[in-house]
Every structure is written in structure tokens, then in C-alpha cells.
Design a protein around this ligand. Structure first.
Ligand code: NAD
Length: 249
């Protein structure tokens, strides 16, 4: 049990096969009370109910600062304190540079990158006051290798932005006892690809993965667990690859 008496907020944790949902389950197994935040409010409530008593689901759009502030107020009100924030919510879109419309750009950047800033801003004053906290942010191998797997260039740009943002927050918030780290997963089998990833594409991708399998949501959840727990007490500003060796650098 690595999270006894801890409380955690996880964004984008409603979707059934998603990384956030797997993380919520793992954190609950390790003793944490979990607040599931998601654009899908009903899904968030259902996911929390499935975890059992003591967990909560809150509707939240991470791309909207007022919505993030409201969710933070609700979560802090329900649990009394928040120890862990997992900035996990994200969206993708498989398009090429010239196909990206201004609306696509805005949406993908807003959810994947601005959402990390807004939700962090909503919890930082509380964490600062308590002089402790662990924030983990979802980036992607797409940020490091220039996309080319599923998401478009706007997705790569947003996820690369997350790395800079998280490192800068780590530097700024370290003196307040708040750690900020990022994860960069490779291809993880969830529903984010919306059925657009063909078996042929998967076979092709597998050729470049030394561990010879695609990732599962639990593979990423375990790294979030490490970053959330005291096992990583002296780790901040770090980026942890979870890609089966797809990118070794
Ligand atoms: P998913 O689609 O299963 O889960 C994403 C969740 O985010 C959904 O529950 C969705 O409702 C929620 N969401 C979307 N927009 C939101 C918003 N504005 N506010 C709040 N919640 C919102 O996908 P997943 O694969 O589990 O993705 C989780 C994260 O992991 C994303 O940030 C994604 O970019 C990242 N990621 C995924 C992979 C992969 O291969 N699956 C690889 C690298 C990074």
C-alpha cells in the first residue's frame, strides 16, 4: 500500500479503457481516496462509484479555468486535502500539418497543454499552503520523436509544451515542497484512437518496439503511482518514458 491516507485528483479518468481510469483503480487499491475529474460528468460519477465508497466523480473541463477552480473547490471540500494531482486528460487527432484548422489547433492545445496549466493553478495554492504535493503531467512520446504514431503535429506541439511547463513548475514549486513530473508513453491500447488505428498500423508500430508489445493502461498507471507516492520523494522535473523501448535516447 503506497498511498495510505493520501487523496488524489485524476483528470480524464472516466473512459472505461483509459489510462486515467486504470490509474484511479490502482491508486484506490493502494489506499488513496480518488476524485475522478472528466468532461463526461456522468462517466466520472459512475467510475467513482465503481471504485467503491469514499471516491467522488466531478464534471470538469480542464480547458476552462473556472471549471477547474470549481472542481478543485469540490474535491478539497469533499476530502479536506489533496496530496496528488494527475494531469491526465487529453485528446488526439490524426491529421497532417496542412490539414490543421485554427479550431483543431485551439482545441488540441487547449485540452492537452492549457488544461495542465489551469488544473495545476486550481490546486497549487492549496498544495503551497500545506507545503506538499505531487503533480504528474501527461505528455507523450509524440513530443519527443515528432509524432508520427497517431496524433498530429498540433498534438506533438501541445505534448512538448507540457514538458516545458512541467519542468518550469517543478523548478518554481520545489521550494514549496511540491514535486512536478511528466510521463511520456508510447502507444497505449485505449480508446483515444477512436478505432482509427488499423491492425496493419499496429503491426508496423510493433516492429519498432524492443519489448515487442503495445502498452496497456496499467503500464502507465504504475508510473503515475511511482510519481504520486513517496517512492519518488527526491524526483522532480523528471520525464519518465513508458514506451517499451520505442524511443531510447
Ligand atoms: P481516453 O480517451 O481513454 O481518455 C481520455 C479522457 O479524457 C476521457 O475520459 C475524456 O472524456 C477526457 N477528456 C477529454 N477532454 C477533456 C477535457 N476537456 N476535460 C476533462 N476531461 C477530458 O484516452 P487515454 O489514451 O487514456 O489518454 C489519456 C492521456 O494519455 C491523454 O492525455 C493522452 O493524450 C495521453 N496519451 C495517450 C497515449 C495512448 O497511446 N493512448 C499515448 C501517450 C499519451
Amino acid at each position: 500500500m503506497l498511498l495510505t491516507d493520501k487523496t488524489a485528483v485524476i483528470s480524464g479518468a472516466a473512459s472505461a479503457r483509459g489510462i486515467g481510469r486504470a490509474t484511479a483503480r490502482l491508486f484506490a487499491e493502494h489506499g488513496a481516496r480518488v476524485a475522478i475529474l472528466d468532461l463526461d460528468a456522468a462517466g466520472a460519477a459512475q467510475a467513482a462509484a465503481e471504485l467503491g465508497e469514499g471516491h467522488i466523480g466531478i464534471g470538469c473541463n480542464v480547458a476552462d479555468l473556472a471549471s477547474c477552480r470549481q472542481a478543485a473547490e469540490q474535491a478539497i471540500g469533499a476530502f479536506g486535502k489533496i496530496d496528488i494531482l494527475i494531469n491526465n486528460a487529453g485528446i488526439s487527432q490524426p491529421v497532417k500539418t496542412m490539414e490543421i484548422t485554427p479550431e483543431d489547433w485551439q482545441r488540441v492545445v487547449d485540452v492537452n497543454m492549457t488544461g495542465v496549466l489551469y488544473l495545476s493553478q486550481a490546486f497549487i495554492p492549496h498544495m503551497r499552503a500545506r507545503k506538499q504535493g505531487s503533480i504528474a503531467c501527461m505528455s507523450s512520446v509524440s513530443a519527443q520523436r515528432g509524432g508520427g504514431i497517431f496524433g498530429g503535429p498540433h498534438y506533438s506541439a501541445a505534448k512538448a509544451g507540457v514538458l516545458g511547463l512541467a519542468k518550469a513548475m517543478a523548478r518554481e514549486l520545489g521550494p514549496d515542497g511540491i514535486r512536478v513530473n511528466s510521463v511520456t508513453p508510447g502507444l497505449i491500447q485505449t480508446d483515444i484512437t477512436g478505432g482509427k488505428l488499423t491492425p496493419e498500423m499496429k503491426t508496423e508500430i510493433l516492429k519498432g518496439i524492443p519489448l515487442n508489445r503495445l502498452g496497456d493502461a496499467i503500464d502507465v498507471a504504475r508510473i503515475y503511482l511511482f510519481l504520486a507516492s513517496d517512492l519518488s520523494a527526491y524526483v522532480t522535473g523528471a520525464v519518465i518514458d513508458v514506451n517499451g523501448g520505442m524511443l531510447i535516447h
